[in-house]
Design a protein around this ligand. Sequence first.
Ligand code: NAP
Length: 248
Amino acid sequence: MKRLEGKAALVTGAARGIGLEIAAAFAAEGAAVAVADLSLEESAAAAAEIAAKTGARAIGLGLDVTKEADCERALAETEKAFGKVDILVNNAGITKDNLVLRMKETDFDAVISVNLKGAFLMAKAASKLMLKARAGRIINISSVVGQSGQAGQANYSASKAGLIGLTKSLAREFAPRQVLVNAVAPGFIRTRMTDGLKDEAKAKISEMIPLGRMGEPGEVAKAALFLAGDDSAYITGQVLAVNGGLYM
Ligand code: NAP
């Protein structure tokens, strides 16, 4: 029996990178998945690929997580397609790195808006269905720098630390209705977000990581899969680090 057989999931920022791996891993375990990202075209293409590879049902949605109406529509469309929404993964995220002295207010606001407010809006929209169903999983993709801090990423690390506070508050608020809320905190993972780093920087980062290498998107997807399935039924309000030992 597949681990997510009969479940329906919505993953934000899922046209590429970690989100795409999570959606594909859920589908491979039998879940119907809504692939939601800024570009409807790219979401639809990713959903079609997932469906072809896994045989699971998959739909693509255009979604800007900073817009409340978009978030509500994405949940409504997923419910319409699959009859319910069991799992929400708040994965959409952006960076706009700079030293604080040079960081523009607009770059601070943009990162908080996508990474933190977006997760709040999606969780709020999903909670209407999940609290009624008295079941559900919300998984927020935070980051190691939300735990450790990072020079040049004040906006990003603040958003990811905020996401951990949001996770714990939602976990407490939703626990009486059996809606479980957890976070995954990846370390340095090989995606477009880290592709821009110079080889020298990548080598330095790998030296700092006890396991000696950057992580793969699929390794983050496995943690999300654990938090989405029955094996984590007694776990809520937690942060699961997937960072090769970078931060303990
Ligand atoms: P990615 O390859 O850049 O993917 C992020 C996706 O989110 C993109 O498809 C992007 O769309 C989408 N997105 C951006 N703004 C959005 C919005 N307003 N509404 C909906 N979707 C939006 O990044 P990734 O590395 O896979 O990261 C996924 C998550 O993991 C992020 O939350 C990131 O902070 C977190 N994370 C990553 C790492 C890492 O090392 N890679 C480490 C720790 C945490 P567009 O491409 O159209 O902009």
